[in-house]
Design a protein around this ligand. Structure first.
Ligand code: GLY
Length: 368
């Protein structure tokens, strides 16, 4: 094992959450920051995501959750324009709106917004299926190219001396006398004044001073395909069949499966077929589009499906930012602001209570 590396802030997990926290801490004047990843930085769920920014569609679990998702969406324009200026990387981002559509046999959920007539839908997206019965437009929602965003966050880290450790597995958080001291794995040992765990679907595998993690985060597999198509879609289209995310250069992403298959990330031919059929059900002309890419990722699912963000009870200087499930890309800027506030000693406001680590019953007292 190499020598102990010491930092003020140790961030475990180099996905969008960990990288955005690193950047936020740095922007607030913190220095001596390290991000440690068991694989390649930004190569897991954040890379596999579709980049939808959709509080009204993806975040309907509770009013509180929808509100934090909307608050994070409101941070996005500034987040992207600042990051572009900081890194000189142009990031594809738009809030052109997300069109939720329903088919004849399954009507729209109630209260999802103002229902559009068929004529209005045709006007917005002429290529959607004639079997679409009605729809709702969420005009301020949109999408970001998550892979370019990750590239920009990585560049921010590199040009600002945030240390990146790749292929460095962490197996244990070190806690002594009720205070986090850092973390250790088979090939490295870190000491840190504050330790932030942003390890997504792998969070529960890290012990705390040799004891099993009290945080139950489960992997939920999502498989996706990309179609090569010159069909012009102006909006993200979301339906009970799946979703379509139009990207630049004639690519349309189609997502996604939701599977409880543990840490299995294999892509299956059945999923490719199902997703292609779903795409054609939403936009019939996509039936002849070619599949040009396919992949899978593991969403981190916490009990009740909402994220866990904040200080760990009874362990000073240990923070959790995980369990973002379907909304990791959307929630990155707000999560980073929350964690930076915590690290800098601000007491979490009441709207954060449903998402604090103590909400999970096993974690009320970590008891180290
Ligand atoms: N947010 C899209 C998905 O999780 O499939």
């Amino acid at each position: 094992m190499s020598d102990i590396a010491s930092f003020d802030h140790l961030i475990i997990g180099g996905g969008i959450i960990g990288l955005t926290i690193a950047r936020e801490l740095h922007r607030r004047g913190e220095r001596s920051i390290a991000v440690v990843d068991q694989g390649i930085i930004g190569n897991e769920a954040s890379w596999a995501a579709a980049g939808m920014l959709a509080p009204n569609i993806e975040a309907h679990r509770s009013v509180e959750f929808c509100r934090v998702c909307s608050d994070s969406l409101a941070l996005y324009p500034g987040f992207i324009s600042d990051l572009q200026a900081e890194t000189d990387i142009a990031i594809d981002f738009n809030t052109n709106g997300i069109l939720l559509v329903s088919f004849n046999e399954d009507p729209l959920p109630e209260n999802s917004g103002k229902t559009l007539s068929r004529t209005e839908i045709n006007h917005l997206e002429p290529r959607v299926s004639p079997n679409v019965r009605d729809g709702v437009l969420f005009p301020n929602e949109g999408q970001v190219d998550n892979r370019i965003l990750l590239k920009a966050l990585r560049r921010y880290a590199v040009i600002n001396d945030i240390r990146l450790f790749e292929n460095t597995q962490i197996t244990e958080l070190l806690v002594k006398d009720g205070r986090a001291q850092g973390a250790v794995g088979p090939t490295a040992r870190f000491s840190a004044a504050s330790t932030i765990v942003a390890t997504g679907a792998w969070t529960s595998l890290i012990t705390i001073s040799g004891k099993p993690s009290p945080f139950e985060i489960k992997p939920v597999k999502g498989q996706m395909i990309a179609l090569n198509s010159s069909i012009d879609l102006s909006h993200v289209i979301f339906s009970p069949r799946g979703y379509l995310v139009p990207r630049s250069a004639g690519k349309i992403l189609v997502g996604a499966t939701v599977e409880n298959t543990g840490f299995d990330k294999r892509f299956t031919p059945d999923a490719a077929r199902e997703l292609h059929v779903a795409a054609a059900e939403m936009v019939p002309d996509l039936a002849s589009a070619k599949i040009v890419d396919q992949w899978a990722g593991l969403r981190p699912h916490a009990p009740n499906g909402t994220p866990i963000i904040g200080p760990v009870p009874d362990v000073r200087d240990l923070y959790l930012a995980t369990g973002h499930f379907r909304n990791g890309i959307l929630l990155a800027p707000l999560t980073a602001a929350y964690i930076a506030d915590d690290v800098q000693g601000k007491t979490p406001s009441s709207e954060r209570h449903p998402f604090l680590p103590e909400r999970t019953s096993h974690a009320k007292t970590v008891n180290i």
